[in-house]
Design a protein around this ligand. Structure first.
Ligand SMILES: [Zn+2]
Length: 253
C-alpha cells in the first residue's frame, strides 16, 4: 500500500448517529463527489466533477434529516461514485464506469486488475464492513437514500419520489400505501431492479430477511435546506408508518 492511500484512510465511509436506537439503518452510497488525490481528477472535465454523474446532490442532506427524525444510524460513502459506485458489486462494469450517461471518465478507461482491486479494497470493502457490523450488532430495516437528475439523456422525468424494491417489497408496499396525494410517488421509478440498482438491498438486507427499501428523490426538489425539510416530511409520512407495520425478523445470513 502506498502512503497516498493512508492519507485518505477513513474517507471512504462515514458513520453518523451511530448510537441511534430507531428501527432503521440509513445508507447513502452516493453522498459525496470527492475524488481522493491518488486518482487525480480521473480526466474529468471540471463541469462534471460536481455534477449528478459524480454523486447524488441533496441525498446526504436528506439522509441526515431522516437520521435525526428516526433516531437512525447513517452510513454514507465519502468518495465519488465515479471512483467506485458503492451500490454496485465489484464484478460489475458500472462499479468503476468508463462512461456514465453523457460523461466520459478517461481515468477509468484502462483499469487493470490491480487498480480495480485497490479501489475495491480501500473504498468498497470498508463500506461493506461498516454496514455489516452495524447490522450484526442490531438487525434493522435497511433504507437507502438517493437522488436522480430531472433530465436524463435529454428526457424530463416526472417522478418526484421513487420507492424502489427488489424481491422483498414489504416496506415499499407499506410506504406506497401512505403516499401523499400532493407528490408524484412511484414504484421502481426512475429505475428498478432490472437496472442493477438494488445491490445494497440484496447484499445487506435480503440475505438477512430484513425489510428494505431504496428511496430516489428528484434532485431539483433538494436544492435548499427548506426543500430538504419539505421532502423529508413527505418521506417520513410514508416511512414512519411503514417501519411500524413491517417487523424486523432476523434470519441467518
Ligand atoms: Zn444514488
Amino acid at each position: 500500500m502506498s502512503q497516498g492511500q493512508h492519507t485518505d484512510r477513513g474517507a471512504a465511509v462515514r458513520v453518523t448517529h451511530s448510537g441511534g436506537r430507531g428501527g432503521a439503518l440509513l445508507l447513502c452510497e452516493h453522498a459525496s463527489p470527492h475524488i481522493p488525490d491518488r486518482y487525480g481528477d480521473l480526466g474529468l472535465r471540471p463541469e462534471w466533477r460536481e455534477s449528478h454523474a459524480a454523486w447524488d446532490p441533496g441525498a446526504l442532506a436528506l439522509a441526515e434529516v431522516l437520521s435525526e427524525a428516526l433516531d437512525a444510524p447513517l452510513v454514507a460513502g465519502g468518495v465519488s461514485r465515479l471512483v467506485y459506485d458503492l451500490n454496485r458489486p465489484p464484478e460489475a462494469e458500472t462499479a468503476m464506469p468508463a462512461r456514465s450517461e453523457l460523461v466520459e471518465i478517461p481515468g477509468n478507461a484502462a483499469l487493470d486488475a490491480q487498480a480495480r482491486a485497490e479501489r475495491i479494497d480501500t473504498i468498497y470493502r470498508p463500506f461493506c464492513a461498516t454496514v455489516e457490523a452495524l447490522l450484526e450488532a442490531r438487525p434493522r430495516a435497511v433504507v437507502t437514500v438517493h437522488s436522480f437528475t430531472p433530465v436524463y439523456f435529454g428526457a424530463p422525468r416526472t417522478t418526484e419520489i421513487g420507492v424502489l424494491h427488489d424481491a422483498d417489497s414489504r416496506l415499499a408496499d407499506a410506504m406506497l400505501a401512505h403516499a401523499p396525494d400532493t407528490r408524484r410517488v412511484e414504484r421502481n421509478k426512475p429505475y428498478g431492479p432490472e437496472d442493477g440498482v438494488t445491490h445494497s438491498l440484496k447484499l445487506y438486507a435480503l440475505r438477512r430477511g430484513l425489510p428494505n427499501v431504496m428511496l430516489e428523490i428528484r434532485n431539483d426538489l433538494l436544492t435548499s435546506p427548506a426543500e430538504v425539510e419539505t421532502i423529508a416530511g413527505d418521506v417520513l409520512a410514508m416511512l414512519r408508518p411503514a417501519l411500524a407495520l413491517v417487523p424486523v425478523e432476523v434470519s441467518d445470513a
